[in-house]
Structure formats: structure tokens, C-alpha cells
Design a protein around this ligand. Sequence first.
Ligand SMILES: [Zn+2]
Length: 145
Amino acid sequence: MGYKRGKSHLTKKQLKELNEVLLSEKERIETKLAVEKTHQQITETNSGKDEVDSANDDILKRTELRFTTRETLYLKKIKKTLGMVDTDEYGICEECGAQITFQRLRARPTSTMCITCKEESEREEFQNYHGRISKSLGEQISLTK
Ligand SMILES: [Zn+2]
């Protein structure tokens, strides 16, 4: 891809700090996932119980799976970000091209949008959701007329 190293608007010190945050997040999730995996293996070897138990296990396993998927996706994002730190793409909003502040990146090093665009996209999501509700309400109202 076309980005250049060492072209970030962030200082070397800031980049180093963000890199450390990302690395510790990576480690935290990898440990968590490893624990989950061991736990799943234990549950699997413990088979041979009555039906109620295995039904509960199914629910538990499904919940764990959802959790694991989310964490795996986050881990992927962290790894991708780690490869991008120190390039001119990192810390730049993918929506408007504005520089994402160090404070924001410090709190969320995987941010790809500036606070303005993030808020905007959240507002749109909210409006889409509520817009759909009021539309169906409107249809109900017109039916009672
Ligand atoms: Zn933006």
C-alpha cells in the first residue's frame, strides 16, 4: 500500500507510547483467548453427563463462542494497527482525513475515525434505528383512522 513510514503527525514519543498500549492489549486478549480455549477443552472432555447438563453446556458454549469471536476480531484489529503505527496512515481519520488527537488514540489506539466522524456515524445509526420505529408507528396510526 501507499503509505510512508515516519510521516505521522504524532511525535516519536507518542508513537512509542501507543505502540506499548497496543502491545499490552494484544497480550491481554491473547491470554484471555488462551484461557477460554483451555476452558473449552475441559468442558469437552467432561462429556457423558445427563441431558440437562449438556443443554446448559450448549448455552454456555454459544455465549463463549460469541465472546471469542468478538475478541478475535479486536485482536486482528490490534495486529493490523501495530503494523500501521509509524506510517502516515495511522492517526488519520478514514472519513475526513483529519488528524486523530493523541488523547483519543491513547484511550483507543485502534481508532480509525476522528471524534467528529465517530459521533456522526453513531448519530446516523441511532437515527436509522429510531426512524424505522417511528415509521412503523406512523403506519399504525394511519390504520386506526
Ligand atoms: Zn473525521
